[in-house]
Design a protein around this ligand. Structure first.
Ligand code: UDX
Length: 530
């Protein structure tokens, strides 16, 4: 007798995206996937950066009051905005659920909220609606952020009067310039500290001595550079790293000491991270990553997590969701790409937030021009400090490149990366861009700007080895060499081959019978069981 397949008809999923491009995309892609499985979808969103309903006629969109003030929105301080949303939106969200979703829909409801919209969990819990968290960053980055939470719970951070942020990394990151110190704790157990002047970063690791190159140097940190880390903190850090690494191996984190960040921003950052790590009564976590990439970090997270984690892969691969772009995509670049040779074009984009100055712009421009490769360059309006768009591009550069370069304000990135003419991606390593590139087998030139981008750049270049990281400040010679190595020269062949292999691995994992395919089916079953 044939088994009757259960379907989720009559079940509604309420999605609550964080109102930023990089969070809206994965949430709407998840909605498209769940809709394809039979769930009805409602998007409850803020007025601030609201998604466009016309791109998704199959969803119900409901805006809620966010009470953001004009000065706050124009400050562009995204962390302060997210904290304000969490303070302001709980009541309006609760009211929206009660009056507009629950009353009119006799269906079973599940709430899936972005980790930074944690007010949703409290409201859903109050109304007895099951909830699930969507995390849109890499497992590697999330694993590092967990350290922040742990240190915060022990009272080690914030350090009064100091400016710190924490980002994760790996023990074998190798920077060109570093100094290093080893502190012997006991027996053969050491704590390593590496200082990377170019990134203003301390790397701290713990474990037994190894022969890896990064600890062979003999230079020492001057004591004033580490004076804020007292011995007790070291011991706690050691236990933390030691436990996390299963009692052996090198340490795993880097302490990013940023002297330029204002203290209140960092305090706000800590508040946001700490609160967003509280799963409350949520029943599960959905991670937007893929096991063949992020396996070791995923395993560590699951070890410390009480609820199931559904790693469902790059969501763009599970759906052909309509564009959820907040900016208008210039599709003329696809016609331009159609005229270029196979894998000849370098696509350049620094994402939706990062900006650069005039000097960096000129170095980028001349690096690209001198590489002699055709390029498609996204320059977001306002992303060049001191100008509206491309006014500061040198005139000689424009004349030198002629038809070889194409500049747009915003591109249909997923389509661009899937285009046969694109042979490499110069990226800031935002997680969406990184995954989109890896999924299409496009090798990367990484120039991270801040936070998790630095982590992803290191993983791309040193762990997954799917690209190169530009180590110095923007410098035209280094840019030219990197482009030619990645796209033309024989010494870039291995990277190009690995990128192609990883695309195939991802395709296997995402197709029927693959591990990510199974996790998606399990997620659907999990929601249906509520
Ligand atoms: C931000 C943070 O800067 C980053 O650290 C974090 O990992 C994610 O959020 P963002 O600049 O938005 O990153 O980059 P990313 O995560 O790569 O997301 C950008 C999205 O915009 C991608 O989905 C990309 O396809 C899309 N995009 C980008 C376009 O559609 N067109 C473009 O021209 C550029």
């Amino acid at each position: 007798m044939e088994m009757q397949k259960r379907t989720p008809r009559g079940q509604r999923v309420v999605l609550v995206p964080t109102p930023c491009q990089e969070h809206i995309n994965p949430m709407l892609q998840l909605g498209t996937f769940l809709h394809s499985k039979g769930f009805s979808i409602t998007i409850i969103h803020t007025h601030f950066n609201s998604p466009s309903p016309s791109n998704h006629p199959e969803f119900t969109f409901i805006p809620i009051q966010d009470c953001l003030t004009v000065p706050l929105v124009s400050s562009g301080n995204i962390i302060a905005i997210l904290l304000a949303l969490n303070a302001n939106c709980k009541a309006s969200f609760e009211q929206c659920l009660t009056t507009q979703v629950m009353k009119q829909e006799p269906e079973k409801i599940t709430c899936i909220y972005d980790e930074f919209m944690y007010f949703s969990e409290a409201a859903a819990n109050y109304l007895n609606i099951p909830s699930i968290i969507l995390r849109t960053t890499s497992a590697a980055n999330f694993h590092g952020r967990s350290t922040v939470v742990e240190l915060h719970s022990k009272g080690h951070i914030p350090f009064p009067g100091m400016c710190h942020t924490w980002v994760p990394s790996i023990s074998f990151i190798i920077a060109r310039k570093y100094t290093q110190k080893m502190l012997k704790l006991s027996g053969r157990v050491y704590i390593y500290i590496f200082y990377f002047p170019c990134h203003r970063v301390y790397v701290i690791g713990a474990g037994a001595p190894t022969s890896s190159p990064q600890i062979q140097g003999s230079a020492h940190l001057s004591s004033n550079k580490i004076s804020f880390l007292n011995k007790n903190l070291f011991c706690d850090l050691f236990h933390l790293f030691h436990d996390r690494n299963g009692g052996g191996g090198g340490g795993e984190y880097m302490l990013h000491h940023d002297f330029e960040s204002p203290w209140d921003t960092l305090e706000n950052f800590l508040k946001l991270v700490v609160k967003s790590h509280d799963v409350g009564r949520s029943s599960a976590i959905i991670c937007k990553t893929i096991d063949c990439l992020d396996q070791s970090s995923l395993a560590r997270i699951q070890k410390h997590c009480q609820v199931p984690i559904f790693c469902i892969g790059p969501l763009l691969k599970i759906t052909t969701a309509a564009s959820s772009s907040l900016l208008e995509e210039d599709t003329s670049c696809i016609e331009w790409l159609d005229k270029q040779s196979h894998k000849s074009v370098i696509y350049v984009s620094l994402g939706s937030i990062a900006s650069i100055g005039e000097k960096e712009l000129a170095e980028m421009a001349w690096g690209l021009a001198n590489s002699k490769q055709p390029f498609l360059w996204v320059i977001r309006p306002g992303s060049i400090t001191g100008s509206d768009w491309i006014e500061l591009l040198p005139q000689e550069f424009r004349e030198a490149i002629g038809e070889r370069g194409f500049i747009v304000k915003w591109a249909p990135q997923r389509e661009v990366l899937a285009h046969g003419a694109v042979g490499a991606f110069w990226t800031h390593c935002g997680w969406n861009s990184t995954l989109e590139s890896i999924s299409e087998g496009v090798p990367m030139i990484c120039k991270p700007c801040f936070s998790d981008q630095k982590v992803h750049a290191r993983y791309v270049s040193k762990v997954w080895r799917l690209g190169l990281e530009l180590e110095d400040e923007f410098e035209r010679g280094e840019i030219e060499r990197a482009v030619r190595k990645l796209m033309v020269n024989s010494d870039g062949e291995e990277i190009r081959a690995r990128a192609k292999d990883m695309k195939e691995k991802i395709q296997v994992s995402m197709s029927k019978g693959g591990s990510n395919y199974k996790r998606k089916s399990e997620l659907v079953e999990f929601i249906m069981a509520f």
